[in-house]
Design a protein around this ligand. Structure first.
Ligand SMILES: Cc1ncc(COP(=O)(O)O)c(C=O)c1O
Length: 491
């Protein structure tokens, strides 16, 4: 086991005057070790330092160390460094008061959970190698990390105190301005910088919206099939989630059954997961409905920056004259997802509510990261990166379409999408999505059956296929393997 130096000061519980100084120090260190706060291999402070910090004689500290050493808790010698023993008997670890509770033991106390805690659902994050056809992932190997590092270093080398102190809840002002300019020019969004809130990912924008505009029991409508983590957040907030079917023009406008809905969540630019672009007529119909129902529309514009064909489709928000649309986007797909930066554009009268909710929960997004992103945008790198990636992704999409026409005909019909990082393939009659997914996984290919995105009644079975993160070679390999997996999966 590697030896580790404790670089922090060891804080022991207050001294109990009823017991001797030696006994107290011995017991306090032993408890730290058994509770796992001092881990095997960790270096203990020198006896001289401990004695000074806790106003003991050095001899007292040495005697406590000797006792711990003789019982096997620590090893090493005074003078050359003392470390927590690499191997601590399991039975010692279980007896001490305050030791971390291990799942499955009878020591878990009864918890009183909120109704939110009972409803909220999350997923464990898993790092997996990138392979065909991972969805929701940009080509991270193409991201200019060296340039980003240069911008970050320049920012931090000359960082004024203001950059280290923080910023207003709505975000770093220059970035809000840059985002407003970008959205007006490129996405047809109608907004002033004051309406832009910089959030820690689009997911936070949905969370803020759910908490501010929905009460438990309120009705919210989502697309079916649709993005599950939006529905999950609305359900966690206690809302009643209704699903609305799609047709070729996008989500169908809420009918009588859901007339009382307070909010509709949509992905008009590139519907998740089908890739449908919402028609202009449908956009107007949805706005008309929201006006009549006094409801809000949440427009999730998660990856429409990458448009390969068709006319650029401006945001639904740009058509809104009545302050009905909350528009949100993310830098996760255009840059990289661990950046955790996105934006929420809100009607002017709702700005203060968003600012207050953001302030009490997280204060503001990470300021140095916002500043670097701002430089990346205002110095022209963002536009260049988008243009370059659009070409790369268009090429990759073409490879996927060509290969699929040759090898998947009659089994999987790939949808001709206009934008985004992934597409769907519609399965031929007699091929089950889950069975095909397992057969593909056995051949080293990742697909997601669309049935996982349907909340009820799967109208058409298909597979979601990401292509952006894969080079041509991996796409070809994926199509070959998928063709065999689909053949095996025929009923
Ligand atoms: C449709 C959709 N909306 C929102 C998000 C969340 O984005 P972010 O990473 O910015 O939280 C995702 C992420 O995959 C998504 O696919």
């Amino acid at each position: 086991m590697p030896k580790r130096t404790t670089t922090f000061e060891l804080t022991l519980p207050a001294r109990d005057e009823a017991i001797s100084a030696y006994r107290w120090l011995y017991a306090a260190l032993r408890d730290e070790i058994l509770a796992g706060r001092l881990r095997p291999g960790a270096r203990l402070p020198a006896t001289r330092d401990l004695a000074m910090r806790y106003q003991l004689s050095r001899g007292t500290a040495v005697t406590a160390f000797e006792q711990l050493r003789s019982e096997g808790y620590i090893e090493g010698t005074v003078g050359s460094g003392t470390y927590v023993s690499a191997v601590l008997p399991d039975d010692l670890l279980n007896v001490v008061r305050g030791a971390p509770v291990r799942p499955g033991t009878s020591r878990v106390p009864r918890r009183h959970l909120s109704s939110y805690a009972r409803r909220v659902r999350g997923e464990a994050f898993a790092q997996r190698p990138v392979r065909a056809f991972r969805a929701n992932l940009p080509a991270l190997d193409q991201f200019p990390t060296a340039l980003w590092a240069q911008l970050a270093a320049r920012r931090m080398r000359s960082a004024p105190a203001s950059l280290l102190i923080g910023c207003g809840a709505m975000g770093y002002e220059p970035l809000r301005r840059a985002v407003a300019d970008y959205l007006s020019a490129s996405r047809g969004v109608n907004c002033a910088p004051e309406q832009v809130c910089i959030v820690s990912g689009l997911q936070e924008a949905i969370d803020l919206t759910a908490r501010l505009f929905l009460n438990p029991g309120d009705r919210v409508c989502v697309e079916n099939p649709g993005y599950p983590d939006a529905a999950n957040l609305f359900a966690a907030a206690g809302a009643r989630v209704s699903t609305l079917p799609l047709d070729d023009e996008g989500i169908t406008v809420p009918e009588a059954r859901v007339r009382e809905a307070r909010l509709v969540y949509v992905t008009p630019g590139h519907q998740f997961p089908t890739g449908i672009t919402m028609s202009l007529a449908r956009r107007f119909a949805l706005l008309e409905w929201a006006r009549g129902a006094e409801a809000l529309i949440f427009e999730d514009d998660y990856d429409s920056e990458y448009r390969y064909s068709g006319r650029p489709v401006p945001a639904l928000q740009g058509l809104d004259r009545d302050g009905l649309v909350l528009f949100a986007g993310s830098f996760s797909k255009v840059l990289f997802s661990s950046l955790r930066l996105g934006y929420l554009v809100v009607p002017p009268d709702l700005v203060d509510y968003i600012a207050a909710a953001k302030y009490v929960a997280t204060r503001h997004a990470h300021v140095p990261a916002q500043a670097v992103l701002c430089d990346f945008i205002t110095q022209g790198h963002f536009g260049r990166h988008l243009r370059r990636m659009r070409e790369i992704y268009a090429e990759r999409l073409n490879v996927l379409l060509d290969e699929s026409r040759q090898r998947l005909a009659g089994a999987l019909e790939i949808s001709p999408i206009e934008a985004g990082l992934q597409t769907v393939g519609w399965l031929a009659e007699g091929i089950d999505g889950e069975i095909a997914t397992s057969a593909a996984a056995a051949r080293g290919v990742e697909v997601i059956p669309l049935s996982r995105y349907w909340s009820s009644g799967v109208a058409r079975e298909g597979l979601q296929l990401g292509f952006a993160a894969l080079d041509a070679h991996e796409i070809r390999r994926g199509v070959r393997e998928l063709a065999m997996a689909l053949e095996q999966s025929r009923a």
